[in-house]
Design a binder for this molecule. Sequence first.
Ligand code: HEM
Length: 214
Amino acid sequence: MAVSGLIMIGYLLAHMYGNLKVFAGQQAFDDYAHHLRTIGEPILPYGGALWVIRIVLLVAIIAHIYSAVVLWRRDRHARGGTSRYDSPKARRGVQRSYASFTLRWGGIVIVLFVIYHLLHLTWHVVTPGGPASSPYQRVVNGFEVWWLVAVYTISLLAIGLHLRHGVWSALTTLGAHTSAAARRRLNILAYVVAIAITVGFLLVPFSILFGVVN
Ligand code: HEM
């Protein structure tokens, strides 16, 4: 769960950074989309590096969902009839944060979002705002539509909450949670990563909706 999650966070940071090319204009963004397919040439064929990334990502997604199901089953057996996050240490008997409590539903929202996102910007099956041959224009056409911005905003908030708990949890699993001070640092890091990814991605749709990018 932890390793596959960290691989996907690496992808998200790179993807978010790449999307900010929108602010450099149509030529820069379209060139960037083209370069994604020519990286590694001539050793790799056209689009080869992108396929390597896709396969790594797909394996990470499958491992992550498989681990979630295994952990969920193990958790149900271990609880033996008590409710989730029951703890005598916690106020009201239940110990949880909002982010940890929404991990499972959040995960399902994220899967649905990724399917829609691929249909939209990778396969061009849905074309909110109208079709276009330029990658830049497809992004701009889409985010001029308010409800698409709303869909992306809800999905990115789910991603932000997922990352807020996930970064902390993954690094704890991998042994970074060694003291109270380390725990505080992990919490800060988790907030920084979650906010940077959520805000970084949302800058693009909102800048287009409000006409800063057109
Ligand atoms: C406002 C936010 C986002 C924008 C503007 C955006 C934009 C894009 C664009 C333009 C592509 C097509 C790239 C190409 O084929 O050249 C793409 C692909 C993709 N995006 Fe996003 N994206 C956003 C958020 C996300 C998020 C939050 C995720 C994951 C949770 C994500 C995952 C992907 C994946 C998996 C692909 C397919 C890459 C491939 O196989 O070619 N994107 N995105």
